[in-house]
Design a protein around this ligand. Structure first.
Ligand code: OGA
Ligand code: MN
Length: 313
């Protein structure tokens, strides 16, 4: 690895990696270094890469099995169902549904029962200025809360609802309704133990409607406080995109935001993969949760059966 360099670009998270060509097979020893760097820095930026959907898939698969985006099949890349298009280009005369994706603080696919482990976004076209992405470190968000608040949150589960995706309804009723039909509300713990680092991270963001066992009225100020607390500037890295950047982040311990600070008349076009999560949440609706256990044996083993039966009480 004579040329590999890894340099931090932010205090909260982020490192820039040079000296590796991701369009070619990456040697096992380099991959090992990248995996460690990713766990340490949470966001890796690989500048000046030349990728297409296939090479993006080939590289990012090293970090785990990829999602096929069945939660939103209409946003897939036409050539590869493991690649998602994040674009404000027109398709069939209409602006692509992801033109305003990610514009509130979130972690990817938390409105599904198997939220994303990683997301990797490759910049193919960008506006002349802006179109930045911000990342906030949710380990720090958790660790800076008082012990009592941490203990309270450790005991909570949160309802994630796709209806709270910013700008969903601006995409038109057809797209919004299809999104909702495919993604009924799901339940995840408010705090997740990262399976690789062993650290706890806050898992509450702007797509949380309420906590189980608390009313929406009771939950709202807590969610609001946690959302504000977790994205303070000191916990944030802001990425200013260049063409050819590949940015890969860990959704288990970060939230992120598409800033939307650009002229919509200019093109912003990215291709993306997401890794299948390493844990399963469950549907809020008890019948759906039970069906989930029956029909997804692989996932069922990991769904908390006690919690599901508690829903019937
Ligand atoms: C995403 C996302 C942010 C951006 O791809 O999940 O939120 O700035 N992207 O496009
Ligand atoms: Mn996102």
């Amino acid at each position: 690895m004579p040329n590999l360099t890894i340099q931090r670009v932010g205090h909260a998270c982020g490192a820039r990696v040079t000296g590796v060509d991701l369009s070619r097979p990456v040697p096992a020893d380099v991959l090992e270094v990248l995996r460690k760097a990713w766990l340490e820095h949470l966001v890796l930026v690989f500048p000046e890469q030349k990728l297409d959907p296939d090479s993006l898939v080939a590289f990012t698969r090293h970090f785990g099995e990829l999602d096929d985006f069945s939660s939103q099949p209409f946003n897939r890349h036409p050539d590869n169902k493991e690649v998602f298009l994040l674009s404000n280009k027109k398709k069939d005369g209409k602006v692509f549904p992801t033109y305003n994706a990610g514009q509130n603080w979130h972690t990817d696919l938390s409105y599904t029962t198997r939220p994303a482990k990683h997301t990797a976004v490759y910049c193919q076209e960008k506006p002349s200025v802006g179109g930045d992405t911000m990342f906030a470190n949710m380990y720090l968000a958790y660790e800076t809360l008082s012990p009592k608040m941490r203990a309270f949150l450790d005991s909570l589960e949160a309802v994630h609802d796709i209806s709270l995706v910013a700008g969903l309804d601006q995409r038109g009723p057809e797209v919004a309704n299809e999104f909702r039909r495919l993604n009924p509300p799901v339940v995840h713990p408010a705090v997740r133990l990262h399976p690789e680092s062993g650290r706890k991270a806050l898992y509450v963001n702007e797509r949380v409607r309420n906590f189980l066992g608390l009313s929406e009225e009771e939950s709202r100020p807590i969610v609001k406080f946690l959302c504000e607390h977790s994205v303070q500037p000191r916990f944030v890295y802001r990425h200013y995109w260049s063409l050819g950047d590949l940015v890969m982040w860990d959704n288990r311990c970060l939230v992120h935001l598409a800033v939307g600070d650009y002229d919509p008349a200019e093109i912003r076009h990215m291709i993306r993969t997401s890794g299948m999560g390493d844990y399963y949440g469950r549907y809020l609706d008890p019948e759906k949760a039970v069906a989930q256990m029956k029909t997804a044996p692989e996932g069922a083993a990991k769904v908390d059966r006690k919690a599901v039966s508690a829903l019937h009480d």
